[in-house]
Structures are given as structure tokens and as C-alpha cells.
Design a binder for this molecule. Structure first.
Ligand code: ZN
Length: 148
């Protein structure tokens, strides 16, 4: 199927939309402070959005609504079918908790960044830098990483 050709305005709008996505903001910030990363590693529990293989660290960029952040957006329920959405979103939240625990068992340090914080924060680069410089959780994990 042939895709409709977009006008320049439409294309710019589309680019802008993609670029302002929280995940893009985080990726740009990481790039700016000089870290290399991989995206959406399917081999790891929960398929983390951003993976820093050399550092054995992973980052999730979570939408507040879908992942039940403890903020106004995360506590919202759609007005229609709340009996469906409530349990569904609660399952998402529990799945996240499980994935983070599994990642830690695999020797990964995990950072969760919330959409609302990314949009508000001018300190993102500092948060990232702090997370990436902190001492690794497990020395064995680092040793293992060096040997791979
Ligand atoms: Zn939030």
C-alpha cells in the first residue's frame, strides 16, 4: 500500500510530536552527557526502554496513566468502563514491580523515569548522570559484565 505523501507542515508536526515524547527527551539527554545506549532490549524482563549494556543499567520511561504513577495523571480512571480499567492498570503496575525485581536479580540497576517528571524537570541530565555514576549494586555483576 502506498503511503500518502505528507506536506512539509504535516511532516514537521509529526517530527515535533515524536521529538517531544518523554522517551526522546531522555534519549537526547543521555546522548548529550555522552552515554551510548540500546533501545527496547527484548531479552530483558519488561523490555526496558533504554539499556546501557556496558554499565548494566536500564531505564524505563513510564507514562503516568498506563503505569499508575502516584500523581494526578496516574490516579485517573477513564469515565467509561472503570471496572475494566481499574484491574487492567493494576495488573500493569504489578507487572512493572515484578520486572524490576527480576532485572535486579539479573544484576541490573534500574531507573524509572515518570512522564510528568520528565516534562517538568530541568534536572533530568543530573538525575541520569547520578544514576549512571552510582556504585553498581553487585560487584559480581560488574565482574561478569567485564568478562562478557
Ligand atoms: Zn506522574
Amino acid at each position: 500500500m502506498k503511503r500518502k505523501k505528507l506536506t512539509l507542515t504535516e511532516r514537521m508536526r509529526r517530527i515535533r510530536k515524536t521529538d517531544t515524547k518523554p522517551e526522546m527527551i531522555v534519549r537526547r539527554a543521555l546522548h548529550a552527557i555522552g552515554y551510548r545506549y540500546r533501545l527496547h532490549d527484548k531479552r530483558l524482563p519488561g523490555h526496558p526502554d533504554i539499556v546501557l549494556p556496558r554499565h548494566r543499567r536500564v531505564i524505563f520511561v513510564h507514562g503516568c496513566f498506563w503505569h499508575r504513577h502516584n500523581c494526578p495523571d496516574g490516579r485517573k480512571l477513564p469515565r467509561s468502563k472503570p471496572e475494566y480499567w481499574g484491574p487492567k492498570l493494576e495488573r500493569n503496575r504489578k507487572r512493572d514491580v515484578r520486572h524490576i525485581a527480576e532485572l535486579r536479580e539479573h544484576g541490573r540497576d534500574v531507573l524509572v523515569l515518570w512522564e510528568c517528571e520528565i516534562n517538568r524537570s530541568t534536572e533530568l541530565a543530573e538525575t541520569l548522570d547520578r544514576f549512571l555514576r552510582q556504585r553498581p549494586r553487585s560487584r559480581d555483576a560488574v565482574q561478569h559484565a567485564r568478562n562478557v
